[in-house]
Structure formats: structure tokens, C-alpha cells
Ligand binder design. Sequence first.
Ligand SMILES: Cc1cc2nc3c(=O)[nH]c(=O)nc-3n(C[C@H](O)[C@H](O)[C@H](O)COP(=O)(O)O)c2cc1C
Length: 243
Amino acid sequence: MKRIVVALLMAAMVISLAACGGNAGQNGNSSSDALDREQSPASSEELESVQPETDDTPEPVEDAATAEMESTDTAGSQEVSDTEDGKVLVAYFSATGTTKGVAEIIAGNMGADIYEIVPQEPYTDADLDWHDDSSRSTIEMNDRSCRPEINGAVEGMEQYDIVFIGYPIWWGEAPRIVSTFMESYSFDGKTLIPFCTSSSSGLGSSGKNLEKLTDGAQWMEGIRFGGGASEADVKAWIEGLDL
Ligand SMILES: Cc1cc2nc3c(=O)[nH]c(=O)nc-3n(C[C@H](O)[C@H](O)[C@H](O)COP(=O)(O)O)c2cc1C
């Protein structure tokens, strides 16, 4: 009888312990549910902010954010600057600012250094008068050997692998001061890319004639922009170069 009573008491204890364990388990689950509820809305808000509405697939926020950063990079200018070929310089001459504008767009989009070819003696309006046979620009352009002096120099030209060369078209050619620039440095092993602005003329033979002044450089086909060239036009050209 005593054994039966002891057995019954033990059975009662086991049942009661099992019930506590169950409660403990439920409490554990409840608190975990509470955590989930606290975290889930925040997480899904974050997800919504970085994911397209149509994408039902929950992703780790980090991955989605990274994806967004990558797509921004692709659309943005910095992506263009990641050239595989190395450091880029945009060198240009501009008498009245048009070529300067294009050069700045190229440099901005390529993350490139920029260098303005500044004449030792600045060009006045009278100098630029192409209607005047005796104006400085007319005289210079009539003399293939003319080499107007440049004020200043590119520091560390050897560090650049790609050099854009920009200039206005004068009488169908690059101004002679650009010839001075080409003959002032070694471009051996570099990639050179000419670009110009003009009222209506194309690049013509200007790029090819500059090419004759350099040794060992790889010249790419250049381009001419009009005065109204937009940033999108310039960007499209740069992207097409596939540097
Ligand atoms: C002396 C001189 C000669 C020019 N010759 C031409 C030419 O042959 N063809 C042309 O389309 N534009 C010609 N232009 C216009 C310039 O190429 C054009 O205005 C250019 O965009 C100016 O660039 P910049 O503002 O960077 O100096 C000439 C301009 C000057 C001052």
C-alpha cells in the first residue's frame, strides 16, 4: 500500500513538473514572439525602403542596400572613372570657355585631373578676330611652325596613362599652342584622345596632325562638340569609349 502511495505521489510530481516545463516553454516562445514582433516591422520598413515594391522575396537588408549602392554607382559618374587602364588627365586650351566646359564635364565624369593650357600671352578679342588677316590667330594659323609659349606645365605627366586633349577648331585645325603642348612632353605608351569644339567644322584632320607631333602614343578617334553640347552628350561619348 505504502508503495502504491509513493508511486501515486511520484506520478503527481512528474505531471506537475511537465506542466511547469510547458509553461516555461510557452513563456520562452512568447518572449521570442515579442522580440520578433518588435523587430519585424522595423526590418520590413527598412527592406521596403531599399527594395522595389514588387519584390516579395525578403532579403537581408545589407544585401539590398549594397545592391542599391551598386546600381547608384552604375548610373553615377564614378563608375565611368573606374578605368581599367589607369590615371587620366584632361588637358585643354580654350580661348572663350566652350572647350573648357566640355573638359570639365569629361574630368568630372572620369574622376580625372584637369589641366588648362594657358598662353604666356593671353589672347585678346582682337587676337581672335578671324576676319582680320593680320590678327594674331590668323598669323599663327598661317604658320605651321608657330609655337606660342605656354605659361606653366603639367606636373608629373608620367603618372598619366590616358590623356584627353581638348581645343577649339581654328581654321579647321587645333590652335598652334596645342602643338606646343604636344611637343612639350613624352606621350610614349599613353592613350591620347582628342576632342574639340567648333561653330560647325568637324574634328577634321586636327587630331591626325597632332598625332604626327607625338611618338609611341596610341591615339583614339576623337570627337567634335558644338557650343550647345550637354553633359549627357559628353557622358554618352565617354561611355562609348569603353576605357
Ligand atoms: C581664330 C578662330 C578661328 C576659328 N575657326 C573656326 C573654324 O574653322 N570652324 C569652325 O567651325 N569654328 C571656328 N571657330 C569657332 C570656334 O571653333 C568655336 O567658337 C569654339 O567652340 C571656341 O572654343 P573656346 O570657347 O573653347 O575657345 C574659330 C574661332 C576663332 C577664334
